[in-house]
Ligand binder design. Structure first.
Ligand SMILES: *[C@@H]1O[C@H](CO)[C@@H](O)[C@H](O)[C@H]1NC(C)=O
Ligand SMILES: *[C@@H]1O[C@H](CO)[C@@H](O)[C@H](O)[C@H]1NC(C)=O
Ligand SMILES: [Zn+2]
Length: 428
């Protein structure tokens, strides 16, 4: 396994020798071959000082293109769950080589989507697990970071904030601020780096790859009932989340099969997907944080029972997951997207997009994406100081790219323009 990884890193990094204790930049050679469509950047460092490296693929690396959605894929958040890390390194190699070979599907993905891959969110935990290797690594050794913090319990628990406030009339399900008290507890540098990253890029959707089961789970991960460990706890976007989870599970070789050998739990009734809290509840997870703090919808993919598969299993696992990973990336082109402008054609920076019946607003930075399931939706754009505009949108089942819905908002005369009164788009 370790040899395999070193081999991969060598393949990725060319002449750069990547001893476990050194920071290195996988991707140097990849970049040389694919420098026009990729970039490697660091979002920070782990507790022991290893770079948290992201490989980005885009036809315009390093830059957000208007109306081009952004996707992130995260592996190895639990350091001993190594398969996600390996699959994401394969994926990066695959995207690079297939683009170069002229594969139209891969070219379309990269020409229309910005894909960010963080293959290892917990490189310190990984080193610990890798030192033991496939045969000796136990169920939890290397799971946490070097401070013994479980990163998937270390994010701000906004789900509790949401549950506390959900009965008040104007509660928010979106962009809930981080409570001050959060900073008094220990925040891992890995968590902090990822939070900063999530806030700095307008991600639309995300997948975090884990191991230990074979299932896709989706938020909320924290139960709406404090004493019920297993309770269905849907978000406002239950339909979209289910669809995202289905996209991965159905495109995976065996995840949705009835006769698939699981690792203990039973998921055949729902064909390989489950609401996180219904499976088991925990606070402080990354997916709940994505949903309640940003526009991004994140699913958790459990890739299989073996957290640390042997080297010979890596390629077969890539084949089992390849279609699922590609389909997941492509599925960001669903729902609607557009720009919100004033009457002079200038983009309005802080507009809000709301959908009737879904109490989760999307914010814009000029352009926006709203993942939606098929059907008819009433979509409203608002911005402080502007009149609101609503549109009825019909999304056919067959649509395989995001429907374009632009809004032009008129400036309102005072006192509204002064911000004395501001009505949020209110859906019920
Ligand atoms: C992707 O973009 C490149 C560069 O503009 C172009 O040469 C290529 O034909 C495009 N591929 C597809 C499938 O759109
Ligand atoms: C799936 O398998 C279980 C257990 O063998 C069985 O009870 C169930 O009826 C099957 N469901 C379907 C949809 O085939
Ligand atoms: Zn995990």
């Amino acid at each position: 396994m370790l040899l395999r990884l070193l081999g991969l890193f060598l393949a990725l990094s060319g002449s750069c020798w990547c001893a476990p204790q050194q920071t290195c930049h996988p991707g140097d050679e990849l970049l040389a071959k694919c420098s026009h469509i990729s970039r490697v950047y660091s979002i920070g460092r782990s507790t022991e000082g290893r770079d948290l490296l992201v490989i980005e693929f885009s036809n315009n690396p390093g830059q957000h293109d208007l109306l081009e959605p952004e996707v992130k894929l995260i592996g190895n958040m639990h350091g001993n769950e190594v398969l996600g890390r390996e699959l994401l390194i394969y994926l990066a190699q695959y995207l690079c080589s297939e683009y170069t070979l002229g594969n139209p599907r891969v070219q379309t993905i990269i020409n229309t989507t910005r894909v960010h891959i963080l293959a290892s969110m917990n490189p310190d935990g990984y080193e610990l697990a890798a030192a033991e290797g496939h045969l000796l690594n136990g169920w939890t050794h290397g799971r946490t970071n070097a401070q013994n913090i479980d990163l998937n319990r270390n994010f701000p628990d906004l789900t509790s904030v949401f549950y506390r406030n959900r009965r008040s009339r104007h509660y928010r399900t979106d962009h809930i601020p981080i409570p001050d008290g959060y900073w008094f507890d220990k925040v891992a540098p890995e968590t902090f780096a990822v939070m900063k990253w999530i806030r700095s890029i307008p991600f639309v959707q995300s997948a975090s790859l884990h191991g230990g089961e074979l299932v896709v789970s989706y938020p909320f991960d924290y139960s709406r009932h404090p004493h019920e460990e297993k309770m269905f706890s849907p978000t406002q976007d239950e339909r979209v989340f289910k669809q995202l989870a289905r996209t991965y599970a159905d495109a995976h070789a065996t995840m949705s099969d009835n006769d698939t050998d699981r690792c203990g739990a039973i998921f055949y009734r729902t064909k390989g997907i489950i609401n996180g809290a219904l499976w088991y509840s925990f606070p402080g997870g990354m997916s709940d944080f994505n949903y309640l703090h940003t526009n991004c919808l994140e699913i958790t993919v459990e890739l299989g029972c073996d957290k640390f598969p042997s080297e010979v299993e890596l390629y077969p696992e890539w084949k089992r997951n390849k279609e699922a990973l590609l389909s997941f990336i492509e599925s960001v082109h669903r729902g609607i997207k557009g720009v919100v402008k004033d009457v002079h054609g200038n983009g309005i920076k802080d507009a809000t997009i709301s959908v009737k019946g879904i109490r989760k607003d999307i914010t814009t930075g000029g352009d926006y994406w709203r993942l939606l399931s098929a059907g008819t939706h009433i979509v409203t754009a608002t911005a402080k100081g502007y009149s609101r505009v609503s549109k009825r949108v019909h999304l056919p089942h067959s649509l395989n790219k995001a429907g374009r819905v632009d809004f032009v908002l008129k400036k309102m005369s005072p006192p509204y323009a002064l911000g004395v009164t501001f009505h949020r788009a209110d859906s019920d």
